[in-house]
Design a protein around this ligand. Sequence first.
Ligand code: G6P
Ligand code: MG
Length: 215
Amino acid sequence: PVKAIIFDLDGVLTDTAEGHYQAWQRLADELDVPFDREKNEALKGIDRMGSLERILADSGRTLTEAEKQEAATRKNGYYQDLIARFSPDDLFDGVRDLLLAAKAAGLKLGVASASRNAPTLLTRLGIIDLFDHVADAGAIPNPKPAPDIFLSVAKALDVPPPACLGVEDSMAGITAIKAAGMPALGIGDPAILTEADEVIGHIREFRLDRFVRPA
Ligand code: G6P
Ligand code: MG
């Protein structure tokens, strides 16, 4: 049975996947490189510089190291403007109750987000104290789709990977969870999240009793 749940953040607990997309689209338009929602799908879960590298690679455009740093910083500024007013009202429906019910059932809770903004966002959403461990994205050697971030959270929670349920909205994230040897619950479209063990459309459909033994 599941003893811990390790959540992705953006697009799982709150609607920031859309914010990341909007910020990348704005930057891509300014750089005059092609970008759209379909290309963005493959960037979900990918860290900031990795995302920029992919956008540039697709366009054939090259930037100097300094230009890349500037562009990544500019995108982050757009993103931070979008989340500046986030509050507990921006949690997806059902998230707070789900976290409280999971804790009451004795599960450990972790966050495995590639975002350097995760601690700030979790604080604004008013839920940071509900987690036993939040990964420090800057300290993880290999980014998603590598399993490192999920393994690092499992270790911090002291729960073996097969007893950790990973919850993700991104292809890269589901690949990372499976590579970590964990069951994967996808949030989104089953036609996209094909590697997930199970897919639901929205976190409000999460049924805790499917994963834990009734007390
Ligand atoms: C998450 C999002 C990605 C984002 C990454 C880095 O994984 O799904 O879209 O690029 O975090 O976020 P950051 O806030 O550090 O730029
Ligand atoms: Mg995500």
